[in-house]
Ligand binder design. Structure first.
Ligand code: UD1
Ligand code: CA
Length: 449
C-alpha cells in the first residue's frame, strides 16, 4: 500500500519562548521534526510533505537533512490544521494510496501505531488516532458511537457534557489521499477560534456517507511539546525508553539512568556502557565494545573488542577498528584508527590515519590546524609515537618508525627510522646546588630588608 505523509510544522510554538521554531528544539540530540519523520519513514512513504511557516527556511533545511526527498510547502499564515493540510493539496491531492497527517511537535508516535491505523482503513474511510487522557485538558474530544467516530469537538467549542469525555484526539489522521483532500477543501472556519480545523473532516466524511473510526494508543505516544518543561519531559521519556530498549537488546548499562542516547544511536549486543556516558548523533557501537565512564561520543564508530575511556571524547569522523584502545583524556576527531591501535592517555588525534598496532604515547598532539587550513597526519603500521610528540601536519610517519619523546615532527619520518626532533640534553655537574645556594642567600637578604 502506497503511503504519503503530511507533517505539520508551521506553528510558532509561542509557549517555548524562543527564537528557534518549536520543531527544531531537540530531544535525544535530534530536532522534534526528525522524531516525527522517523516514525513516518518506517512506513516507507512515497512522498513526505512538510508544511512549514514560522522559521520556514530552517525547518525546511532540517526536513531535507533528515530525508533529502522530503518536499516542503509553505503555509504563509497559520489559519489552522485544516488550512495547513490544504497546503499539501497541489502535491498530493491526486495521488493514489493513503495519506497520514502527523505533527512535527509530537515525537513519540510509534510506527506500529501508524500501521494499526492503516489496517483500520479496511473498515473506515477516515481513521483518527485517539487516546484516553488522564487529564484531557484542552484536547479535542472524540465523540463516538459503537465503532463509529461521529465527530471531533475542539475544547473551545465543546459543551460541558462533551468536555467530560476523556477519549481525545492525538491529531494523527489517516485516509485515502484523494478523499482526505476532497474533505479538507470543504472545511470552513465558523468556530470559536475562527480557524480551519482539520478535525472537521470527520463530520464532513459522515455527511458524505463515509465511515470514520478510532484507533487508540497509549497517551505516552501522543505527548506533544509546547513548553520547555514539556521538552524536558519528552527528553526524560525518550531516555527512559532508550535505556530499557538497550538493556532488552543485551547491552550492559552499569548505571542506566546516567546514560544518554541520541535518536539514531546503535549499540550492539554485549557492548558494555559505563556510567555517565553521553551519545550525540551518529554513533554506532559494535557488539562487545566497551565504553567506560564519563565519555562523550558523537558521529563515530567503535568496532568489536575496542575499549574507550574513561573520560574520552570521540568526535565526528572517529573510526575505531577492532581491538583499538582509547584511554583517559583522549580526544579523537575525523581519524581512522586501524586494528589494535593504542592511544592510552592525554592525547589529541585529529585528521589522521593510524595504521594497525601503532602505539601513541601520552601527550601526543596532531597539530592539524595552521590557523587557516586543516591538514592530515598519516602514521603507518606498528609505529611507536613517543610521549609528548607534536606531529605538525601535513606529515607522514612510516611503518615501524619511532619518534623520540618530546619531538616536534615537522618532516616525514621514513619507515623503520627513529626521528629525534628535540634539543640535545646537556648536564652541568654541581650547578643545581650552586644555583639553590645563590637563590636562598638572595631570599634571606630580602627578608632582612
Ligand atoms: C490539535 C487538534 C486537537 C488535538 C490536539 C492534539 C485541531 C483543530 N485540533 O489542537 O483536536 O487534540 O491537536 O495535540 O486540529 N499547525 C500548522 N499550521 C496551523 C496550525 C497548526 O502547521 O495553521 C501545526 C502546529 O505547528 C502543530 C500542529 O499543527 O504541530 C497542531 O497545531 P496546534 O495549534 O498545536 O493544535 P491544537 O490546538 O493543540
Ligand atoms: Ca498543540
Amino acid at each position: 500500500m502506497q503511503v504519503s505523509l503530511i507533517i505539520l510544522a508551521a506553528g510558532q510554538g509561542t509557549r517555548m519562548n524562543s527564537d528557534t521554531p518549536k520543531v527544531l528544539h531537540k530531544v535525544a540530540a535530534a530536532p522534534l521534526l526528525h522524531h516525527a519523520m522517523a516514525a513516518g519513514r518506517a512506513l516507507d512513504p512515497v512522498r513526505s510533505v512538510v508544511v512549514v511557516g514560522h522559521g520556514g527556511e530552517a525547518v525546511a533545511a532540517a526536513a531535507r537533512a533528515f530525508d533529502e526527498t522530503a518536499e516542503v510547502v509553505v503555509q504563509e499564515e497559520q489559519k489552522g490544521t485544516g488550512h495547513a493540510v490544504a497546503q499539501a493539496a497541489p502535491l498530493l491531492a491526486d495521488l493514489p494510496g493513503e495519506a497520514i497527517v502527523l505533527y512535527g511537535d509530537t515525537p513519540f508516535i510509534r510506527p506500529e501505531t501508524l500501521q494499526a491505523m492503516l489496517a483500520a482503513r479496511a473498515s473506515h474511510a477516515v481513521v483518527v488516532l485517539g487516546f484516553h487522557a488522564r487529564d484531557p485538558g484542552r484536547y479535542g474530544r472524540l465523540l463516538t458511537q459503537g465503532d463509529q467516530l461521529l465527530a471531533i469537538r475542539e475544547f473551545k467549542d465543546a459543551t460541558s457534557e462533551e468536555r467530560a469525555i476523556t477519549l481525545c484526539n492525538s491529531g494523527v489522521i489517516c485516509a485515502d489521499a484523494q478523499t482526505l483532500f476532497r474533505l479538507v477543501a470543504q472545511i470552513g472556519n465558523a468556530n470559536a477560534a475562527g480557524e480551519y480545523y482539520l478535525t472537521d473532516v470527520v463530520e464532513l466524511a459522515r455527511a458524505a456517507g463515509l465511515s470514520a473510526g478510532v484507533v487508540t494508543c497509549d497517551e505516552a505516544e501522543t505527548m506533544g511539546v509546547n513548553t520547555r518543561a514539556q521538552l524536558a519531559e519528552a527528553e526524560a521519556a525518550f531516555q527512559a525508553r532508550a535505556r530499557a530498549e538497550a538493556l532488552e537488546n543485551g547491552v550492559t548499562l552499569t548505571a542506566p539512568e546516567t546514560v544518554f542516547f541520541a535518536l539514531d544511536t546503535h549499540i550492539g549486543r554485549d557492548a558494555i556502557i559505563g556510567p555517565n556516558v553521553l551519545f550525540g548523533p551518529g554513533v554506532t557501537i559494535e557488539s562487545g565494545a566497551e565504553i567506560k565512564g564519563f565519555c562523550h561520543l558523537e558521529g563515530c564508530h567503535v568496532s568489536r573488542g575496542a575499549d574507550v575511556g574513561p573520560f574520552a571524547r570521540l568526535r565526528p569522523g572517529a573510526e575505531l577498528a577492532e581491538d583499538v584502545h582509547v584511554g583517559n583524556f583522549v580526544e579523537i576527531k575525523n581519524a581512522i584508527l586501524d586494528e589494535g591501535v593504542k592511544v592510552g592517555h592525554l592525547t589529541y588525534i585529529g585528521d589522521a590515519d593510524i595504521g594497525e598496532y601503532t602505539n601513541i604515547g601520552a601527550g601526543t598532539v596532531t597539530c592539524n590546524y595552521d590557523g587557516v587550513m586543516k591538514h592530515r597526519t598519516r602514521i603507518g603500521k606498528r609505529a611507536f609515537i613517543g610521549s609528548d610528540t607534536m606531529l605538525v601536519a601535513p606529515v607522514t610517519v612510516g611503518d615501524g618508525a619511532l619518534t623520540a619523546s618530546g619531538s616536534v615532527i615537522t618532516e616525514d619520518v621514513p619507515a623503520e627510522a627513529i626521528a629525534l626532533a628535540r634539543a640535545r640534553q646537556v648536564n652541568k655537574p654541581g650547578l643545581a646546588t650552586r644555583l639553590f645556594e645563590k637563590l636562598r642567600a638572595l631570599k634571606a637578604a630580602k627578608a632582612k630588608g
